[in-house]
Design a protein around this ligand. Structure first.
Ligand code: 13P
Length: 253
């Protein structure tokens, strides 16, 4: 039985005043029955982790460098994130892949660095609209999955997030059938590569315009173990009902 995970990616949003949202989430979900993770901007990780010190809500980073330290001005290592209280880090988000030309090889190196630092790597994969329209979705997902996930992946150190690029920040959400097809495919590939025990245990998140109004429908899809939420994770008002929907989720298909 995989434990569900509601994860929020604040992207480049949030100043000190927004730590109030994390306090509110802690207060509203004292006894969460799913895992909770917020990935605020790096500037807030230390303070957010202190707020959550006695709470199940965990704090993560949004990216890390593949090296533990060195002459890389402006970059942050996984070790540094762990040092200020992060427990996880997103790697390979499509905005990193497009804005910073990150390849799946880069992403795998970052995920390995996360593992070395004791962080859970949330490895993101997803197709562009043109790739979906050309019927290449599963080819793209298969290649990204193979190249982005390190060989030492386990349920403890790795989560996969399927985020179709065309659904991110657009208000467009993949249909349950589209999500189901890709998540089943990812599950099969993980089982094929890592064997049934690890392959069945690694959690698969869906991301892309998850909102309070569509969360239940998405969480009912088999092999959806939670969500990676952008815009709707910025406030406790929006994220809290998504968490509640995940707690009440019953897979039907
Ligand atoms: P939105 O929920 O804002 O579409 O963002 C999804 C995402 O990219 C999470 O990583």
């Amino acid at each position: 039985m995989r434990r569900k995970l509601a994860a929020g990616n604040w992207k480049m949003n949030g100043c000190k005043a927004d730590l109030a949202q994390i306090k509110a989430l802690c207060a509203a979900h004292e006894t969460a029955t799913v895992d909770l993770l917020i990935c605020p901007p790096t500037t807030l990780i230390g303070a957010a982790a202190e707020i959550c010190a006695d709470h199940a809500l965990q704090i993560g980073g949004q990216d890390c460098h593949a090296q533990a330290s060195g002459a890389h001005t402006g970059d942050i290592s996984a070790q540094m994130l762990a040092d200020v209280g992060a427990r996880a880090v997103i790697v390979g988000h499509s905005e990193r892949r497009s804005d910073h030309a990150e390849t799946s090889d880069d992403v795998r190196a970052k995920a390995s660095a996360a593992h070395d630092a004791g962080l859970q790597a949330i490895v993101c994969i997803g197709e562009h609209l043109a790739e979906r329209e050309a019927d290449r979705t599963l080819n793209v997902i298969g290649a990204q999955l193979a190249d982005s996930v390190p060989g030492d992946a386990s349920a403890e150190n790795t989560v996969i997030a399927y985020e179709p690029c065309w659904a991110i920040g657009t208000g467009l959400t993949a249909t349950p059938d589209q999500i189901s097809e890709v998540h089943d495919f990812i599950r099969d590939r993980l089982v094929g590569r890592f064997g049934p025990e690890i392959g069945q245990a690694i959690r698969l998140l869906y991301g892309g315009s998850v909102k309070p109004g569509n969360a239940s429908q998405i969480f009912a899809v088999q092999n959806v173990d939670g969500a990676l939420v952008g815009g709707a994770s910025l406030t406790s008002r929006d994220f809290s009902p998504i968490i509640s929907a995940l707690e009440g989720a019953v897979e039907v298909s």
